[in-house]
Design a protein around this ligand. Structure first.
Ligand SMILES: Cc1cc2nc3c(=O)[nH]c(=O)nc-3n(C[C@H](O)[C@H](O)[C@H](O)COP(=O)(O)O)c2cc1C
Length: 217
């Protein structure tokens, strides 16, 4: 379908600057661009290449309103815990403020992509959960990186989908499709920037857990 010349950003640059962009302008995003992002998402791997995925592009204000309401319900329940956890932690407080902004402006985001798993498995035992969600999140990460490359803001959003039952009803999904994640897309109000992550040596062991062979003193 596409040529991908607009996506020619060095991979490491895209990976090191892709971050949760919640503050988005309401300006529309071209359908053709959204479809290109999904097309690049589809290059991701799935268990046994079964490609059990389905994507819903949400632009209808009424659908957004209903999902925004679900998001608010979840955030109001979770917010006290998030606030308590963020006490005396400037970065966590900043994250809470950004999340709050995303909740308040949910309906203003021009377009969402909802990634669904075709199947309705119980996510147990863990290996089943791994191959279920593990068949969706590589595509999601591809989509985020592709969005970064063209300068679109994006994020991962699971809170609006906390009730699969309600999400299915709102999106007209059959029982055999499980909505996994919503990706808000729009032109950013702010800037992309470097992410804050723990150093590799702090989270990597050699041969046995806890042997931090590469940890800096
Ligand atoms: C599985 C998952 C679920 C998430 N759900 C939400 C969400 O519901 N709402 C939200 O605002 N951000 C959500 N996020 C975004 C994270 O808060 C964000 O990726 C994280 O804080 C790192 O942000 P950074 O890349 O800007 O450093 C989610 C991220 C992941 C990986």
């Amino acid at each position: 379908m596409s040529d991908y010349k607009d996506f020619e950003m060095p991979l490491a640059e895209a990976m090191t600057t892709q971050r949760a962009i919640r503050r988005l302008k309401p300006d529309p995003v071209d359908d053709a661009l959204v479809l290109q992002l999904i097309e690049l998402a589809l290059k991701g791997p799935t268990a046994q290449n079964q490609q059990q995925w389905e994507f819903i592009v949400v632009k209808d204000p009424e659908v957004k309103r209903k999902l925004g309401r679900m998001n608010r319900i979840m955030w109001r329940l979770y917010r006290p815990f998030a606030r308590r956890a963020a006490r005396n932690d400037v970065k966590a407080e900043k994250l809470n403020r950004a999340t709050e902004w995303g909740v308040e402006h949910f309906e203003d985001v021009p377009v969402y992509v909802v990634a669904c798993f075709r199947g309705n498995r119980f996510a147990f035992p863990p290996v089943v959960a791994a191959s279920t969600y593990g068949s969706i999140f590589p595509a999601v990460q591809n989509l985020l990186l592709a969005a970064r490359a063209v300068g679109l803001g994006a994020n991962i959003n699971t809170m609006p989908l906390w009730s699969n039952f309600a999400a299915r009803r709102i999106l007209g999904l059959p029982f055999g499709l499980t909505p996994c994640v919503m990706i808000p897309l729009g032109w950013p109000i702010g800037r992309y920037g470097p992410t804050t992550r723990r150093p590799v040596g702090e989270v990597t062991s050699l041969d046995q857990y806890g042997n931090r062979a590469w940890q800096q003193a």
